[in-house]
Ligand binder design. Sequence first.
Ligand SMILES: [Fe+2]
Length: 357
Amino acid sequence: MTDTAEPALNQDFSRYDQVRKAHTYRLAEHVSDAFDDAFEIASLDLAQFLRGDAGDKARFAADFAGALAEIGFAVLTGHGVDPSLYEDMHDTVLDLFTTTPLEEKLRFRAARYGSVAQGYFPIEETSDIHPDLVEGWVWCRRAFAMPQQRSAPFRPEEFWPRADFEPRFRRLALAHEALFQPVMQAMLQGLGCDPHLYDAKLAGTNFGLRANYYPPMSAAQDESGAGRLLGHEDVDLFTLLPATRVEGLQVWNHLSGKWVRLKAPPGAIIINTGDYMQRITNDLLPSTTHRVGKPRDGSHRAESRVSFPIAVYVWENELLEVLPGLGPPRYDPIRAIAFHTRSTSKFYGDDYAVESD
Ligand SMILES: [Fe+2]
């Protein structure tokens, strides 16, 4: 696709959406995109909720839910995760993508297991609908030496090209798993719900840890019209994304119809709500569109970009139902696996959708 071709729109794929998405945007960057430099995405101190008194918790919860209701994104400081872990993860992701030969990566090519496409995604193959200039790798809970639902023996060689990667990525999974329940509790409290409604669902829940490696772009790639990562919404409850070194994350502001360049300080966690959350909150917390664009300084021609978000899921058999007290439900209860695979068949093809396994 070039800048003169008719650009693909999100609404071309609206039949896959399992929550209301009324806005229209181009999937890739475009010369006529407008940016919203005035909007500041809220930065909040999670320590208020983790360690504060009842008043601190209530104030944080209200601010957090307010920020998410407005734009679906917030930046969290005070979360307690050691920032040196994120420095190590940056190097680990680079190590994984740059030292593993392509034929070895392709042995781990992504395939659906339960709801989630897990494994390696070659460059330009993150989705069927757009040739994004990113390599990705997704691991769910079963790829880690962590407590499991199933009793089958853990075989790390099924998931990792080298044995030392699993414990390195597991440190990140464990550090972020400790935040799943408190973050959900704060959102629920901020919406006026029982904060503990999802505690059981999130105990030992499934997640998707994704490593993204955006290699430096050639001149031809830079001019091709392909983006680093197309506009999309996350299919999850919420996503935790440690601040990246290289700029690129852009967030759709539905109020202005413009893109907001998200800036977060080193060590902070960017959080956004996804489709599961929009569904169970009856549209109160939106699943907000975001994408990864080129940095303004042109450094993408010479430098790579790394990110490592973790998506929080419920297990496939859980029902996604509108939470009590949030008004007349706009959505029927739906099994998580059907919801997830119908939504993501947008990226992987119609036969990706299943009702159960
Ligand atoms: Fe995303």
